[in-house]
Design a protein around this ligand. Structure first.
Ligand SMILES: Nc1ncnc2c1ncn2[C@@H]1O[C@H](COP(=O)(O)OP(=O)(O)OP(=O)(O)O)[C@@H](O)[C@H]1O
Ligand SMILES: [Mg+2]
Length: 598
């Protein structure tokens, strides 16, 4: 509760004013039937105004004898009540909407902020589809409930209690008829809470699954098409959709079913009132006006009971969503700047030395196998280092530990002799640039994308970085040059062009350590060689780590690291390794063979 109050607090006045306005409406609702009864009884002559007391007597004295001025006066009163009620209703709706929409907007923003701070490990825990649902649909569910709650929290109980008081004041015996529906209502609420809540939770899960399917299939529509898998994807979607439909029917069905049952009992109660009240009318123990008013009050009581049950429906839905939102908000950020000292916060990477000391890492903390297994390694500042190893051997994982995309389980990673945990994340990542293996460009112009590396770069600097990455040529060949707009994910440039833009983006940062994770796999060997030559000047002092599949990409590196199954099996120059490392030899000769075969 405390958690949600944080989002309520800034809009507290709206949260209070909304329900208060609804009270005005309730008072009006209570007055209306009474006024109607007065018009009927005195207008029809069933009661004599000259014998009346209080309000009626006062009107009678002011307006004098006769029925029409009396009737007109009450009518004017009714119209005014209606207007005040309307103002109350409009106010309640306005403040309620304002409060709930703002509540939702702040909550959504906080969620988004929190998700942005997620480490790779945090992200691994939630599926993207689920995060999207939680940020959108779940927040909307809570907003809808908030809105309903604000409009109904005082109105429904107010109507209920007010209605009962008014009904008792008119005819206590006849009021007993509603005693029958009360236990039924309690049963309904019990059913809603016990059955509804888990079913709504299930339904949100199915929305997750549906979102995941849509997202995967729409984002990767090109792959789907190239494998002619449209029908398969359609089936997959139909399946998720059917699951959601079923979960929705299960959840909402129970609730919908409640509604006609409740209506039936409402109508039955009204008939009972008519029956007993009718007899009282015949016996003249009740007037027509009072009878009409009584029926209205009973209807109000019953419909407010209905609203209370609806509120419980909304609540069980909101609780299900609230839990899911809380899961995201409660997800402990495992890599943060929290608790680092003032001195650490100031520290920047200024040389580029790297050292791994007995480093081990595994993605699944309870799995036996280590993905990185007791690695010891020293890389000197300014050197070019190649990393070679079969697929899945742990190359990407190893370098991820340097910029703390993941945190080591055992041992430590040092940059410039200082544990990476003793840098602020910002300074560490400013100092360690990574061109990720699974890289993307964002929608926007090429220039905007490159500026991710350095917001304040001049156009000359941008072009220089692009030149080093061998990107300037093809960018300039586009009609709009650097203003060329890229599609989401950078799908409107070729694979190799995309890679070169990603390299340029990282170069602009001029980090002390720069990691290229298979970043030139889609670039032809000649261009790749040019990029490597360019690095000698553009990244003169930076430590360059190049992960590659092709030996040719790392052949002239100062140091080549061979990794197998998370362990380092060889370190040395090409000439050294070709002489003493069987694994390196195998890779080398297999690639040579291919070359010769071509
Ligand atoms: N996010 C992740 N969650 C769980 N396991 C992972 C994750 N990323 C990688 N792995 C596993 O860790 C191991 C090492 O993966 P890694 O990506 O480091 O290999 P790699 O050497 O970079 O391979 P490649 O040459 O194909 O890029 C693999 O067995 C892989 O399945
Ligand atoms: Mg990899």
């Amino acid at each position: 509760m405390k958690r949600w109050f944080k989002y309520i607090k800034p809009y507290l006045p709206f949260f209070i004013l909304g329900p208060l306005c609804m009270i005005i409406e309730v008072v009006g609702e209570m007055m209306m039937p009474k006024l109607l009864a007065t018009i009927m009884d005195y207008g029809l002559g069933e009661k004599d105004a000259s014998q009346a007391s209080g309000f009626v007597k006062w009107i009678y004295e002011v307006l004098g004898e006769g029925r029409s001025p009396f009737v007109i006066a009450i009518m004017v009163g009714m119209i005014m009540t209606a207007i005040i009620m309307m103002l109350g209703g409009v106010g309640g709706a306005y403040f309620g909407a304002k409060a709930s929409v703002n509540f939702a907007a702040d909550l959504r923003e906080d969620l988004f902020r929190h998700v942005q701070k997620f480490s790779f490990a945090n992200i691994d825990k939630f599926s993207t589809g689920s995060l999207v649902t939680r940020l959108t649909n779940d927040v909307t569910q809570m907003m809808n409930f908030m809105n309903m709650l604000l409009r109904m929290c005082l109105r429904s109980p107010g109507m209920l209690i007010g209605g009962i008081i008014m009904a008792i004041s008119l005819n206590p015996t006849l009021t007993l008829t509603i005693a029958v529906v009360f236990p039924l209502l309690l049963i309904a609420i019990a059913i809603i809470i016990s059955i509804g809540f888990p079913r709504f939770a299930k339904m949100q899960e199915k929305i997750d699954a549906l979102n995941a399917t849509v997202q995967e299939s729409v984002t990767n529509v090109r792959v789907v098409k190239s494998f002619v898998r449209e029908d398969y994807e359609i089936d997959k979607f139909a399946n998720s959709n059917a699951n959601l439909k079923k979960a929705g029917r299960n959840a909402i069905g129970v609730m919908i079913f409640m509604s006609p049952v409740m209506t039936f009992f409402m109508n039955a109660t009204t008939i009972a009132v008519m029956w007993f009240g009718g007899n009282m009318l015949i016996d003249s123990t009740m007037t027509t006006g009072d009878m009409t008013a009584f029926v209205t009050y009973i209807t109000q009581i019953l419909s407010s009971l209905m609203m209370v049950t609806m509120m419980f429906v909304g609540m069980s839905r909101a609780i299900a969503s609230g839990k899911r939102i809380a899961e995201v908000l409660d997800e402990k950020l495992d890599i943060t700047d929290e608790g680092i000292s003032e001195e650490d916060a100031q520290r920047v990477v200024n040389k580029g030395d790297i050292e791994f000391k007995n480093v081990s890492y595994r993605y699944y903390k309870n799995s036996e196998e280590k993905v990185i297994d007791n690695v010891n390694l020293k890389i000197e500042a300014g050197k070019t280092v190649g990393i070679i190893g079969s697929t899945g051997s742990g190359k990407t994982t190893l370098v991820s530990l340097i910029s703390r995309l993941y945190d080591v389980d055992e041992g430590e990673v040092l940059v410039d002799g200082v544990n990476v945990k003793n840098y602020s994340l910002f300074n560490l990542r400013e100092g360690v640039g990574v061109v990720l293996q699974k890289n993307v460009l964002f929608s926007g112009t090429i220039e905007e994308n490159l500026r991710w590396g350095n917001e304040n770069a001049t156009m000359e600097e941008i072009r220089a970085a692009a030149e080093s990455a061998q990107a300037d040529g093809f960018v300039m060949a586009f009609n709009d040059g650097y203003d060329t707009v890229l599609d989401q994910g950078g799908t409107n440039v070729s694979g190799g062009q995309k890679q070169r833009l990603c390299i340029a983006r990282a170069l602009l940062k001029q980090p002390k350590i720069i990691i290229f994770d298979d970043s030139t796999s889609a670039v032809d060997t000649a261009t790749e060689a040019k990029i490597r030559t360019a690095f000698r000047t553009s990244l003169k002092d930076s430590t360059k780590i190049i992960i590659a599949q092709r030996i040719s990409s790392v052949i002239d590196a100062d140091q080549i690291i061979v990794i197998n199954d998370g362990k380092i099996t060889g370190v040395g120059t090409h000439d050294e390794l070709i002489g003493n490392n069987t694994e390196y030899q195998e890779i080398y000769y297999s690639q040579m063979d291919k070359k010769e075969a071509n």
